[in-house]
Design a protein around this ligand. Sequence first.
Ligand code: ADP
Ligand code: MG
Length: 250
Amino acid sequence: MSVHQRIQSENPTALRPASPPRAAPLVSVRGLTKTYETPAGVFHALRGVDLDVSSGEFVSVVGRSGCGKSTLVNMITGLDRPTSGEVAVGGVDLIAMSESERSRWRGSNLGIVFQFFQLLPMLTLLQNVMLPMDLANYLPLDHRPARARQLLDAVGLAAVADEPPGSVSGGQQQCAAVARALATDPPLMVADEPTGNLDSSSAERILTLFDALHREGKTIIMVTHDPQMAARASRRLTMNDGWIVADDLL
Ligand code: ADP
Ligand code: MG
């Protein structure tokens, strides 16, 4: 009997790890603070947030206006920099990167959806969806139009792919913005109030799209002030006054 077998026969649990090994989180936030100097004094927008998000989670972030939701997600996308703390996405330290490195990283690793769509008005929807591929040099040039068309088809916009954003509804523009966010097939999609400017049926369309993406394994972080939208996620973070005050699996 080998030493290994003997230890196991005397104490069957001795060589077993205490818990199964866990995959490293896709998003890891530690001690995150953001402080603004205002004429009225120092304002704490984030007061020391810790957060892990695993690959495949659909996380909603709720809380009343001004509680720090956008500030938090803007740190995760690297669009803003914290006063102190750490942010890593896919094991990459966002704080250590230069502005240009971060913007290059963002182009291949992150899809961002904004409340006001932010499509370029002089381009067609198809050209808007191709833009991130061009910027990240994703796929050979002649493959990009077909992928963009396929993404627009997947979000129900095949018929208006060659229209400019101004010719379609707000709901359709937001669907196009989701297609654009998926252009380079990033592991993480971050959406800040994606339904905040939509009527309820367009909002439902966006949430149905997020549901489908979540089922396909995409990791999604979505800020919303709408409790019904938040309840559609697999996990809900509630913020108050710069803190995460509740973290619920749904
Ligand atoms: P939320 O998205 O939850 O509505 P934000 O994250 O946008 O809230 O903002 C959190 C707080 O930080 C708000 O009270 C806001 O007024 C404040 N804030 C944001 N940006 C600045 C800034 N540049 N200067 C001062 N205060 C700011
Ligand atoms: Mg906000």
